[in-house]
Design a protein around this ligand. Sequence first.
Ligand SMILES: Nc1ncnc2c1ncn2[C@@H]1O[C@H](COP(=O)(O)OP(=O)(O)OC[C@H]2O[C@@H]([n+]3cccc(C(=O)O)c3)[C@H](O)[C@@H]2O)[C@@H](O)[C@H]1O
Ligand SMILES: Nc1ncnc2c1ncn2[C@@H]1O[C@H](COP(=O)(O)OP(=O)(O)OP(=O)(O)O)[C@@H](O)[C@H]1O
Ligand SMILES: [Mg+2]
Length: 271
Amino acid sequence: MSDDFAFLEKMDYIKVDGAISSCIKNYLERSNASGYVIGLSGGLDSTVTLYMLVRSVGREKVFGLIMPEIESNLEDINDAIYIAEKLGIKYSVLDITNVVRSALDLFGESYETADKKAKGNLKARARMMILYYFANKNNYLVAATSDKSEYLLGYFTKWGDGAGDIYPIANLYKTQVRQLALYLGVPEKISYKPSSPGLWPGQKATDELKYDYSILDKIIFLLVEKQETVENVSKMLNIEKSDVENIWNTILKNSHKRIPLNSCTVSGVRE
Ligand SMILES: Nc1ncnc2c1ncn2[C@@H]1O[C@H](COP(=O)(O)OP(=O)(O)OC[C@H]2O[C@@H]([n+]3cccc(C(=O)O)c3)[C@H](O)[C@@H]2O)[C@@H](O)[C@H]1O
Ligand SMILES: Nc1ncnc2c1ncn2[C@@H]1O[C@H](COP(=O)(O)OP(=O)(O)OP(=O)(O)O)[C@@H](O)[C@H]1O
Ligand SMILES: [Mg+2]
């Protein structure tokens, strides 16, 4: 059984690097855009995506936006600044507190008492809005940072951090992104940092998902790619059936996030 998951740890990262690099480089050329802009959180996914952008198109064509707000973890923000400096990219630190506050004001709500999750998603969408403003103004493309685990689970904010023009690491599970980070020489502090959406103070991915990605990735792989039943996965991994069921329900519930445009079909209605 353990061999079935070897690919999560041991990929040919020289080839992975090559494939992602050419994709990033070719897409920029084909798009006639001037560069990529990326939101930097100080977390694993945005750091690895940034490393890949820089080695593909060069640091002059990459711009980082670090967008803290009043509830952000300062250590993460400092990590984001440290990485931007280390890679020598141009970047700005923009406090988005007032953007989020203004939107809440429209509803007569306050930062302190607004619904935690709705406000968290609003923060993610405020960042998206600013990334696209920068992209419009400078003829840049927005690099999204979603990985395959988050994408398949639907564990992202729809039209927030889920929005972008290119998804360089979306074909890698979180476990593989960590391995790629080590291959790229990302500082261990970030390579091993527990994943957190950072949408509210102290939020950790495991609070909502219960399991760490090292286990989640196996569950997702078996359910989605191997099309195993919930019962089989529970037995194969020795995990409570109800937990596997919950993960499967999350994947199903969020399927609407994996449809690019959820449009209404009007074919066949001509007079
Ligand atoms: N069946 C359906 N068909 C079409 N659309 C549907 C729908 N059900 C809901 N919707 C729409 O989707 C909305 C809910 O989706 P959404 O707004 O995304 O909200 P939701 O999925 O409830 O929350 C986002 C989740 O992603 C997590 N997250 C966010 C950002 C980053 C990361 C990370 O890992 O770093 C994780 C966050 O912690 C939270 O658990 C609904 O309000 C509705 O508008
Ligand atoms: N403070 C922030 N400033 C700029 N961008 C941010 C900030 N917080 C989140 N983002 C953007 O939203 C994305 C989604 O957050 P997410 O937490 O999934 O990624 P991460 O922090 O890079 O890695 P991990 O998922 O392992 O925590 C980030 O990769 C980043 O692009
Ligand atoms: Mg994070």
